[in-house]
Design a protein around this ligand. Structure first.
Ligand code: SAM
Length: 281
């Protein structure tokens, strides 16, 4: 190959490689500004959510809500609409297993990052899901900061949870299902500072046999009214524990399906067993 042919070959190589070089440069200039402008997601208070906007619960109220629910290491806590994950992460820091259900995928990713930063990814998990489509029957504790109308939509499902399940809501009620405990905090909380706790009551409505006496119970959530023999009674449920008084005898028992076993303090004292004979009075 003479010098002229080598020169021609070089020119040809430059011509052939020019478009490739131009493409490489173009893709570089295209991707560069994107990587420069990619900022981490930052949530904005009041941003739209599927059914509720995002407003975070103050850390002080999160602590109060978990205190009221008496969260233990054995508990599985679920936060319905978990936002940036603070309630789930706080429960996990207390040693519980906790799961956040959140519809906004950016909030789910942010929660996962926050859980990693807090070192609790083994106990704090998050699912991108609609709370109305979620099975929360495995939870011993449910936390929520939603809306009164959403609480009411969830209420039948919540009332069907295992007796003793604790439900804590930031600020919003469940109408005539009165809370078992309400606490308002001051100090490190400027808005939405009230927590309400409900303990899912056992279902006791019906007719029961207690020795030779008939016990009739009419139930409205955690309140019961009825008769024991010829005496009117009024009582209360706290999960599967029922209490009612007849004169100065106080009955305290554990409900297990169609059986109640318990003790009587005052009056003649002793123990009692009640067996349900009909679910309606
Ligand atoms: C008021 S914020 C409460 C956030 C968090 N629980 C807290 O207390 O800080 C309500 C959250 O519910 C989420 N959300 C709204 N509708 C939802 C739905 N149908 N399913 C799951 N999450 C939902 C919103 O995106 C928002 O993050």
């Amino acid at each position: 190959m003479n010098a002229r042919s080598i020169f021609r070959l070089l020119i040809l190589l430059v011509i052939v490689s020019l478009p490739a070089l131009a493409f490489a440069q173009a893709t570089q200039t295209q991707t560069k500004p994107q990587t420069q402008t990619q900022k981490p997601f930052e949530p904005v208070v009041g941003q739209a959510g599927k059914d509720v906007v995002w407003v975070p619960t103050s850390q002080a109220l999160v602590d109060k809500m978990l205190d009221m629910a008496k969260v233990t290491l054995q508990d599985f806590v679920m936060d319905l609409g978990s936002g940036d994950g603070r309630t789930v992460i706080t429960a996990a820091k207390r040693g519980a297993h906790a799961m956040g259900i959140e519809y906004n995928p950016d909030m789910v990713e942010l929660s996962k990052k926050n859980a990693a930063a807090a070192g609790v990814t083994d106990r704090a998990t998050f699912q991108k899901a609609d709370l109305f489509e979620t099975d929360f029957s495995k939870a011993q504790v449910i936390t929520m900061f939603l809306l009164p109308s959403i609480n009411m939509k969830l209420r039948p499902k919540l009332l069907d949870l295992k007796p003793g399940t604790r439900i804590v809501s930031n600020s919003f009620t469940m109408e005539d299902w009165e809370a078992d405990q309400t606490e308002t905090i001051t100090g490190e909380c400027s808005s939405w500072c009230t927590a309400l706790l409900w303990i899912v009551p056992a279902k006791v409505e019906g007719t029961w046999q207690v020795g030779s006496d008939q016990l009739t119970l009419k139930q409205e959530f955690q309140k019961v009214k009825g008769t024991l023999g010829s005496h009117d009674i009024e009582g209360r449920l706290r999960g599967d524990e029922i209490t009612f008084s007849v004169g100065n005898a106080k009955y305290t028992g554990r409900v297990d399906g169609n059986t109640i076993k318990g003790t009587i303090t005052g009056g003649s004292g002793g123990t009692f067993t009640a067996t349900r004979t009909a679910t309606r009075r």
